[in-house]
Design a protein around this ligand. Structure first.
Ligand code: G3P
Length: 218
Protein backbone atom coordinates (compact mmCIF):
# COMPACT_ATOMS: atom_id res chain seq x y z
CA UNK A 1 0.00 0.00 0.00
CA UNK A 2 1.24 3.50 -0.74
CA UNK A 3 1.80 5.36 2.52
CA UNK A 4 1.02 9.05 2.78
CA UNK A 5 2.99 11.13 5.26
CA UNK A 6 2.48 14.75 6.23
CA UNK A 7 5.52 17.01 5.85
CA UNK A 8 4.81 19.33 8.76
CA UNK A 9 5.59 20.43 12.31
CA UNK A 10 2.19 22.09 12.70
CA UNK A 11 0.56 19.90 15.34
CA UNK A 12 -2.85 21.58 15.07
CA UNK A 13 -3.01 20.88 11.33
CA UNK A 14 -1.68 17.37 11.91
CA UNK A 15 -4.29 16.64 14.60
CA UNK A 16 -7.03 17.76 12.23
CA UNK A 17 -5.82 15.74 9.23
CA UNK A 18 -5.05 12.65 11.35
CA UNK A 19 -8.81 12.36 11.95
CA UNK A 20 -9.17 11.25 8.32
CA UNK A 21 -7.29 8.06 9.19
CA UNK A 22 -5.27 8.65 6.02
CA UNK A 23 -2.08 10.03 7.58
CA UNK A 24 0.40 7.14 7.80
CA UNK A 25 3.28 9.12 9.28
CA UNK A 26 5.05 12.48 9.50
CA UNK A 27 8.32 13.92 8.26
CA UNK A 28 10.08 16.99 9.61
CA UNK A 29 13.30 18.79 8.78
CA UNK A 30 15.33 21.60 10.37
CA UNK A 31 13.54 24.24 8.26
CA UNK A 32 10.12 23.00 9.44
CA UNK A 33 11.33 22.96 13.07
CA UNK A 34 12.52 26.55 12.63
CA UNK A 35 9.15 27.47 11.11
CA UNK A 36 7.34 26.02 14.15
CA UNK A 37 9.36 28.26 16.49
CA UNK A 38 9.27 25.42 19.02
CA UNK A 39 11.76 23.17 20.78
CA UNK A 40 12.52 20.23 18.49
CA UNK A 41 12.39 17.51 21.14
CA UNK A 42 9.01 18.74 22.38
CA UNK A 43 7.50 18.98 18.89
CA UNK A 44 8.69 15.50 17.91
CA UNK A 45 7.31 14.04 21.16
CA UNK A 46 3.96 15.73 20.54
CA UNK A 47 3.81 14.51 16.93
CA UNK A 48 4.61 10.96 18.06
CA UNK A 49 1.63 11.17 20.39
CA UNK A 50 -0.67 12.14 17.52
CA UNK A 51 0.33 9.56 14.89
CA UNK A 52 1.27 5.92 15.44
CA UNK A 53 3.24 5.67 12.19
CA UNK A 54 6.85 6.68 11.49
CA UNK A 55 7.91 10.22 12.46
CA UNK A 56 11.16 11.42 10.87
CA UNK A 57 13.36 13.66 13.03
CA UNK A 58 16.53 15.02 11.43
CA UNK A 59 19.98 15.22 13.00
CA UNK A 60 21.90 18.51 12.85
CA UNK A 61 25.43 17.12 13.23
CA UNK A 62 27.68 16.71 10.18
CA UNK A 63 30.08 14.13 11.65
CA UNK A 64 29.41 10.45 12.29
CA UNK A 65 29.81 10.53 16.07
CA UNK A 66 27.58 13.58 16.34
CA UNK A 67 24.94 11.98 14.12
CA UNK A 68 25.02 8.79 16.17
CA UNK A 69 24.68 10.67 19.47
CA UNK A 70 21.87 12.91 18.22
CA UNK A 71 20.12 10.04 16.43
CA UNK A 72 20.13 7.85 19.53
CA UNK A 73 18.66 10.72 21.56
CA UNK A 74 15.95 11.35 18.96
CA UNK A 75 15.17 7.62 18.72
CA UNK A 76 14.73 7.60 22.49
CA UNK A 77 11.81 10.05 22.28
CA UNK A 78 9.34 7.41 21.06
CA UNK A 79 9.42 4.00 19.36
CA UNK A 80 8.05 5.45 16.10
CA UNK A 81 10.86 7.99 15.62
CA UNK A 82 12.84 7.53 12.40
CA UNK A 83 16.27 9.14 12.44
CA UNK A 84 16.69 11.38 9.40
CA UNK A 85 20.23 11.64 8.07
CA UNK A 86 21.70 13.67 5.20
CA UNK A 87 22.94 11.84 2.13
CA UNK A 88 26.63 12.39 2.83
CA UNK A 89 29.41 9.90 3.47
CA UNK A 90 29.02 10.49 7.21
CA UNK A 91 25.25 10.12 6.93
CA UNK A 92 25.60 6.74 5.21
CA UNK A 93 28.10 5.50 7.80
CA UNK A 94 25.63 6.52 10.52
CA UNK A 95 22.78 4.84 8.59
CA UNK A 96 24.78 1.60 8.53
CA UNK A 97 25.38 1.75 12.27
CA UNK A 98 21.73 2.53 13.04
CA UNK A 99 20.70 -0.37 10.80
CA UNK A 100 22.85 -2.73 12.88
CA UNK A 101 21.33 -1.25 16.07
CA UNK A 102 17.78 -1.75 14.76
CA UNK A 103 17.04 2.00 14.59
CA UNK A 104 15.02 3.11 11.54
CA UNK A 105 16.51 5.77 9.27
CA UNK A 106 15.38 8.13 6.54
CA UNK A 107 18.25 9.26 4.31
CA UNK A 108 17.35 12.67 2.98
CA UNK A 109 18.46 15.20 0.35
CA UNK A 110 18.74 12.52 -2.33
CA UNK A 111 19.10 13.91 -5.85
CA UNK A 112 20.56 11.00 -7.85
CA UNK A 113 20.00 7.29 -8.42
CA UNK A 114 23.54 6.42 -7.35
CA UNK A 115 23.02 8.26 -4.07
CA UNK A 116 19.89 6.14 -3.57
CA UNK A 117 21.84 2.98 -4.39
CA UNK A 118 24.45 3.85 -1.75
CA UNK A 119 21.74 4.56 0.84
CA UNK A 120 20.11 1.19 0.20
CA UNK A 121 23.46 -0.59 0.46
CA UNK A 122 24.03 1.23 3.77
CA UNK A 123 20.77 -0.24 5.06
CA UNK A 124 18.56 2.88 5.09
CA UNK A 125 14.93 2.22 5.96
CA UNK A 126 13.71 5.07 3.72
CA UNK A 127 15.32 7.09 0.93
CA UNK A 128 13.97 10.60 0.30
CA UNK A 129 14.41 11.82 -3.29
CA UNK A 130 13.48 15.54 -3.52
CA UNK A 131 11.14 15.85 -6.49
CA UNK A 132 10.20 19.54 -6.36
CA UNK A 133 13.73 20.82 -5.88
CA UNK A 134 14.90 18.82 -8.91
CA UNK A 135 12.03 20.28 -10.96
CA UNK A 136 13.03 23.76 -9.71
CA UNK A 137 16.45 23.23 -11.27
CA UNK A 138 15.24 22.04 -14.67
CA UNK A 139 15.40 18.30 -14.04
CA UNK A 140 12.48 15.87 -14.00
CA UNK A 141 12.18 14.79 -10.37
CA UNK A 142 9.80 11.98 -11.21
CA UNK A 143 12.38 10.31 -13.48
CA UNK A 144 14.51 9.87 -10.38
CA UNK A 145 11.71 8.00 -8.60
CA UNK A 146 11.38 5.66 -11.61
CA UNK A 147 15.13 5.06 -11.75
CA UNK A 148 15.37 4.27 -8.04
CA UNK A 149 12.34 1.95 -8.30
CA UNK A 150 14.04 0.03 -11.13
CA UNK A 151 17.37 -0.22 -9.30
CA UNK A 152 15.82 -1.33 -6.00
CA UNK A 153 13.66 -3.90 -7.78
CA UNK A 154 16.65 -5.21 -9.78
CA UNK A 155 18.40 -6.17 -6.57
CA UNK A 156 15.56 -6.67 -4.12
CA UNK A 157 16.54 -3.79 -1.82
CA UNK A 158 13.84 -3.27 0.78
CA UNK A 159 14.67 0.41 1.40
CA UNK A 160 11.40 2.28 0.91
CA UNK A 161 11.21 5.11 -1.61
CA UNK A 162 9.74 8.16 0.12
CA UNK A 163 8.95 10.82 -2.49
CA UNK A 164 9.74 14.17 -0.84
CA UNK A 165 9.66 17.84 -1.79
CA UNK A 166 6.17 17.22 -3.16
CA UNK A 167 4.60 20.44 -4.37
CA UNK A 168 1.36 19.43 -6.11
CA UNK A 169 -1.43 16.87 -6.41
CA UNK A 170 0.12 15.89 -9.76
CA UNK A 171 3.36 15.05 -7.97
CA UNK A 172 1.48 12.64 -5.68
CA UNK A 173 -0.20 10.96 -8.65
CA UNK A 174 3.05 10.64 -10.58
CA UNK A 175 4.92 9.31 -7.55
CA UNK A 176 2.22 6.66 -7.12
CA UNK A 177 2.41 5.73 -10.81
CA UNK A 178 6.20 5.51 -10.59
CA UNK A 179 5.91 3.06 -7.70
CA UNK A 180 7.05 5.18 -4.75
CA UNK A 181 6.35 3.37 -1.46
CA UNK A 182 5.47 6.61 0.31
CA UNK A 183 5.10 10.30 -0.35
CA UNK A 184 5.50 13.07 2.19
CA UNK A 185 3.07 15.84 1.47
CA UNK A 186 2.59 19.44 2.69
CA UNK A 187 -0.82 19.88 4.42
CA UNK A 188 -2.31 22.14 1.73
CA UNK A 189 -1.51 19.57 -0.98
CA UNK A 190 -2.80 16.75 1.26
CA UNK A 191 -6.12 18.58 1.63
CA UNK A 192 -6.35 18.86 -2.14
CA UNK A 193 -5.97 15.12 -2.67
CA UNK A 194 -9.61 14.37 -2.01
CA UNK A 195 -11.02 17.48 -3.67
CA UNK A 196 -12.28 18.00 -7.20
CA UNK A 197 -14.36 20.90 -8.57
CA UNK A 198 -16.68 18.46 -10.37
CA UNK A 199 -17.35 16.69 -7.05
CA UNK A 200 -18.36 20.03 -5.52
CA UNK A 201 -20.48 20.92 -8.55
CA UNK A 202 -22.16 17.51 -8.62
CA UNK A 203 -22.90 17.62 -4.93
CA UNK A 204 -24.42 21.07 -5.23
CA UNK A 205 -26.84 19.79 -7.90
CA UNK A 206 -27.69 16.62 -5.95
CA UNK A 207 -28.40 18.70 -2.84
CA UNK A 208 -30.67 21.04 -4.80
CA UNK A 209 -32.56 18.19 -6.48
CA UNK A 210 -32.93 16.31 -3.22
CA UNK A 211 -34.36 19.36 -1.49
CA UNK A 212 -36.89 19.56 -4.34
CA UNK A 213 -38.22 16.07 -3.54
CA UNK A 214 -39.22 17.16 -0.05
CA UNK A 215 -38.11 13.74 1.20
CA UNK A 216 -36.12 12.79 4.30
CA UNK A 217 -34.15 9.57 4.69
CA UNK A 218 -34.41 9.54 8.49
O1 G3P B 1 11.15 17.20 4.17
C1 G3P B 1 11.83 17.42 2.99
C2 G3P B 1 11.01 18.07 1.92
O2 G3P B 1 9.82 17.46 1.67
C3 G3P B 1 11.28 19.44 1.50
O3 G3P B 1 10.37 20.01 0.62
O4 G3P B 1 9.34 21.90 -0.57
O5 G3P B 1 11.24 22.31 1.01
O6 G3P B 1 11.64 21.21 -1.18
P1 G3P B 1 10.66 21.43 -0.06
Amino acid sequence: MMQLFLDTTDTAVLTDLAKTGLVDGVTTNPSLIAKSGRNMLEVIAEICGIVEGPVSAEVAAMDVDGMLAEGRKLAGIAPNVVVKLPLTKAGLIAAGEFSREGISTNVTLCFSATQALMAAKAGATYISPFIGRLDDHGFNGMDLISEIRAIYDNYGFDTEILAASIRSIGHVKEAALAGADCATIPPDVFNGLFKHPLTDKGLEQFTKDWAGTGQSIL
